[in-house]
Design a protein around this ligand. Structure first.
Ligand code: IPM
Ligand code: MG
Length: 357
């Protein structure tokens, strides 16, 4: 049966990195004779301009009917002044919420070719391979009530609600324990249980679930310490699991260990295995349209999509090997400054990966 992939390029560098990633996907489809069909729709600012909302009901319906979704990035200066509910980011957040994509897998792997490109010493990061499992559809990102109000003293006050139910914690913890079982069986749960009740419960539920995974070595860490440990000695981690906002922050931090945030893919999965795949970086409006963005995070997201949602492991591996090969060949985009390497634009980097396939 033909599988359907919905492609949502989005804004900023989104269309450029997606064009490169799509070329790679099409090359793999042709090479391996895969039955995969692509459809396209708008998200973010592009959707606001053309359809009046950051994601339309029609696009949500298409996404629900697809086997997987490939997303570029959303947001840009043009839409920065809009009220919260109408911002481009809401398109992404609605897709995550409506499709119940609660389990966000963000691997941070250091390609050995990039050890010198990290801002940390090569010996601190070489061999780095960690997986951040971020809860993606609840927590402070979605908690109610929220808003900006005038309080009793007549002063304006912004407020959000950080909350997690037991079942929300249990299902993301289960994802993380399962992932740890596939890896080195070490799981670090990150919270702020010394201050926030929502994470006191988090720690309790994660600890309770650990009984079902006796082989997994579970530890707990406060988020401030975790941020420090990530830059001090990142190789102590195998799998990290945390809530929505801490995961947002720690995954950017982990990304930089690998040389560039332009290298990190992600998968956001629901309980049925439907997934949305996107680079963890943003739309980078400052470099949009200049053919300088690194498309490798999006290309590696295609590999994750082939692996997790489309069950095409061989094709996924082929892409990952091709990415490694172009790095071996010394090709880099401008986000990674390494002496003796050849600088390529977005399009040329996509073509180099296709050639390496
Ligand atoms: C991410 C991004 C998003 C988030 C933004 C664009 C809404 O930073 O995917 O990490 O905060 O989740
Ligand atoms: Mg982020």
């Amino acid at each position: 049966m033909t599988k359907k992939v919905l492609v949502l390029p989005g804004d900023g560098i989104g269309p450029e990195i997606m064009a490169a990633a799509q070329q790679v996907l099409e090359a793999v489809i042709a090479k391996q004779g895969l039955a995969i069909e692509l459809d396209h729709a708008l998200v973010g600012g592009a959707a606001i301009d053309a359809e009046g909302a950051p994601v339309s009901d029609a696009t949500i319906a298409k996404a629900k009917a697809a086997d997987a979704i490939l997303l570029g990035a959303v947001g840009g200066y043009k839409w920065d002044g809009l009220e919260m509910a109408k911002r481009p980011e809401k398109g992404l957040l609605r897709l995550r919420a409506d499709l119940d994509l609660f389990s966000n897998l963000r691997p941070a792997i250091l390609y050995p070719q990039l050890a010198e490109a990290s801002t940390l010493k090569p010996e601190v990061v070489s061999g780095l391979d960690i997986l951040i499992v971020r809860e993606l559809t609840s927590g402070i990102y979605f908690g109610q009530p929220r808003g900006i109000r005038v309080n009793e003293q007549g002063e304006r006050e912004g407020f959000n609600t950080a909350c997690y139910t037991e079942s929300q914690i249990r299902r993301i913890a289960k994802s993380a324990f399962e992932a740890a079982m596939q890896r080195n069986k070490k799981l670090c749960s990150v919270d702020k249980a010394n201050v926030l009740e929502a994470t006191v419960l988090w720690r309790e539920v994660v600890s309770d679930l650990a009984k079902d995974y006796p082989e997994v070595e579970l530890s707990h860490m406060y988020v401030d310490n975790a941020a420090m440990q990530l830059v001090r000695a990142p190789k102590q981690f195998d799998v990290m699991v945390t809530g929505n906002m801490f995961g947002d922050i720690l995954s950017d931090c982990a990304a930089m260990l690998t040389g560039s945030i332009g290298m990190l893919p992600s998968a956001s999965l629901n309980a049925e295995g439907l997934g949305m795949y996107e680079p963890i970086h943003g739309s980078a409006p400052d470099i949009a349209g200049k053919d300088v963005a690194n498309p490798l995070a999006t290309i590696l997201s295609v590999a994750m999509m082939l692996r997790y949602s489309l069950k095409e492991e061989a094709a996924a591996k082929q892409i990952e090997q091709a990415v490694s090969k172009v790095l071996d060949q010394g090709y880099r985009t401008s986000d990674i400054q390494q002496s003796g390497c050849q600088l390529l634009g977005t399009k040329a980097m996509g073509e180099a990966v296709v050639a390496a396939l």
